[in-house]
Write a protein that binds this ligand. Structure first.
Ligand code: ZN
Length: 201
């Protein structure tokens, strides 16, 4: 696969514009593509993650230091360059979910100053930046009730994030233990081979 056209040719193009790779996949479900690698091999052909292969074919240069190339749509095998992003990991726009799995963080404009004043007639005035919102006492009550719900949602979001963090940590631990077990098995086998070798001798 030297060109984007070749990669596209090996993909199924869906109605909503995804290019689903038909070739081999990596263990994480991403495409494995043999293509020019400007980051590690000066443009020589190398097997690499499909997202990077597409990015290399399009840009024909190395992935900038500190940047990550990742799929930005919901199809893990998608090779459409319009669905592949390259962003710095450190600018806060990318959130690391698991090793090698990133997600774009939504960016909002800076928060405006908010103040609340209760008038003597019971009306409530909210100043939000340059906007002024005057509520009748009844509207203010409804808003307060709705906000209580939002407080509950905020607690839920917090706990979900904590679980995600925990899952990430656990996945890292399991992976590490897997590597250790593999190393241990290899060491045991060597030991065994040694012993048999000395018996025969
Ligand atoms: Zn896509």
């Amino acid at each position: 696969m030297r060109t984007l056209a070749e990669i596209k040719g090996r993909s199924v193009i869906t109605e909503d514009g995804h290019w689903l790779w038909r070739g081999s996949l990596r263990r994480d479900g991403r495409p494995n593509i043999y293509a020019p690698d400007y980051t590690h091999a000066n443009g020589a052909l190398r097997t690499q993650c499909g997202m990077r292969a597409v990015w290399h074919c399009v840009n024909q240069k190395a992935v900038p230091e500190g940047c990550r190339v990742f799929g930005d749509c919901d199809e893990p095998t998608c090779c459409n360059p319009a669905h592949i992003k390259c962003t710095s990991v450190d600018d806060g726009k990318l959130k690391r979910l698991l090793r090698g799995i990133y997600e774009l963080v939504e960016v909002f404009p800076p928060a405006r100053t908010i103040s609340k004043t209760v008038l003597s007639n019971g009306a409530v005035v909210y100043d939000i930046g340059d906007d002024v919102l005057t509520l009748s006492p009844q509207e203010a009550r409804v808003l307060a009730e709705l906000s209580m719900g939002a407080a509950g949602t905020a607690v839920l979001i917090q706990s979900t994030n904590q679980h995600l963090f925990l899952a990430t940590e656990l996945a890292a631990q399991v992976e590490k233990q897997g590597r250790e077990i593999k190393a241990l098995k290899a060491a045991l086998k060597l030991d065994d081979d040694d012993r048999q070798g000395s018996l025969i001798a």
